[in-house]
Design a protein around this ligand. Sequence first.
Ligand code: KIV
Ligand code: ZN
Length: 523
Amino acid sequence: MNAMNQEQNNVVQIFDTTLRDGEQSPGASMTVEQKVVIARQLEKLGVDVIEAGFAASSDGDFESVRRVAKEAIRPRVLSLARAQEGDISRALKAVEGAKKPGIHTFIATSDIHLKHKLRMNREQVVEAAVKAVAYAKQFTDYIEFSAEDASRSDPEFLIQIFREVIRAGAKAINVPDTTGYAIPSEFGALMANLIERTAGGDRVIWSAHCHNDLGLAVANSLAAVHNGARQIECTINGIGERAGNTSLEEVVMALRTRKNYLNLDTNIHSEQLYPSSRLLSQVTGIAIPINKPIVGDNAFAHEAGIHQDGVLKHKQTYEIMTPESIGIPGNRLVMGKHSGRHAFDERLKHLGFNLNKEDMNRAFVRFKELADKKKNIYDEDIEAIVAEEILRVPGRPDKFELLYMNVNSSTDGIPTATVKMRVDGGEKMDHASGDGVVDACYKVISKITGSRSQLVRYSVNAITAGTDAQGEVSCLIEDDGIRVSGQSSHTDVIMASAMAYINALNKLAERKHYRQVVEKAGP
Ligand code: KIV
Ligand code: ZN
């Protein structure tokens, strides 16, 4: 395809990197099972490419890429690899079970990276890139090449290295704004210049990979496709390193809503955007900001009287897209105490959860417990149960388990908490006081578990409306350079808080155990 044809082709490929760059967000690490669940949803959403991980970075990542590769039917599955033979072999091995496999190899091209990080000159970088692509080409037909920090690189050097890797067999050329430094008009012009002047550039698909440090990732991605790129790399909810990556739902809806201006569209089934966003948030515990475009709670809420009046008279006065188009459900009342097994199973299927019998049973028990406490059960409650009971179960039995908890709070007394826990099979009980009951609970849990971790973030959200709503608690803890998040939901927010903390401590124990195993195994 030449650049002209590329511009005439009005479908922009969506390359999802939630499982790779997205997972690099603090607290977003996912288990293999969780990644498989997300990958299934990505396929349902209609993404064209899934970057499933960085196979050479750890055994866990290798396994995730391998499992996702086996699952995916329509999307291409890639693994990231540095421009080194060892990384590429590992990436190739991980994707070999995919219907459409490929690898994504990269090397930095900016002078600052060459001098301080790679300690290589330009000639050596071109040589390494070409060697990597040529090596991969012997085993796979689909190779994407990225010039890390492209937006701060010399465009003449980009033209040179891209020409050489295309000659060696690269099929997709990615232009990353690694540090989120670019300005839309500048990034668009860079893309146009590269497409126009790179020899062989008419045979490849040009891709934009933007970070959001200046809040411009979506705008830069749109500028890139407006100037001839036909692939956008993005993540659900915009999660990713530092301020995140281009948000998939925002860029897709911008293309769809402004098709009249950009004349471009994607293969995304937009009514799966909201379910995908919710699922990722449930799995990672990273809350969606209420004012987040497209999927935030307030995205379609009209507060000002003048706006409400306008929307009531004619929706399009203040609404440029509909909530239904992105799959936002009404707060539908689905079930209660008297709902039976069959209705529950049906509802789960309707929500897109295809659980096996054992998981279905576990979820049903939790549903019944909740129905005893809460009159009306909404879809969001069921999602929370599935997320907690099934999606967050670690591979090994939990090290810590809550057995009993009693808290006291009054207008004139000091808040206290008494907690009994199972720790490595034995039982331990203790009590503590604190600034509030949550503080008291966290102190006593730290005492019992002997944890020295720091609480980095703590947040509570009501899943639905009403005073009997389930509170969803998410916390982020850090110990010895490891950051993990914990989540839980319960009609009692203090219980949810304690369980979220214990969930995080269990994950931390898993990660430390894994680190020890790797250290013992040596290099
Ligand atoms: O931001 C970046 O440069 C990357 C590359 C590995 C594509 O994530
Ligand atoms: Zn990136």
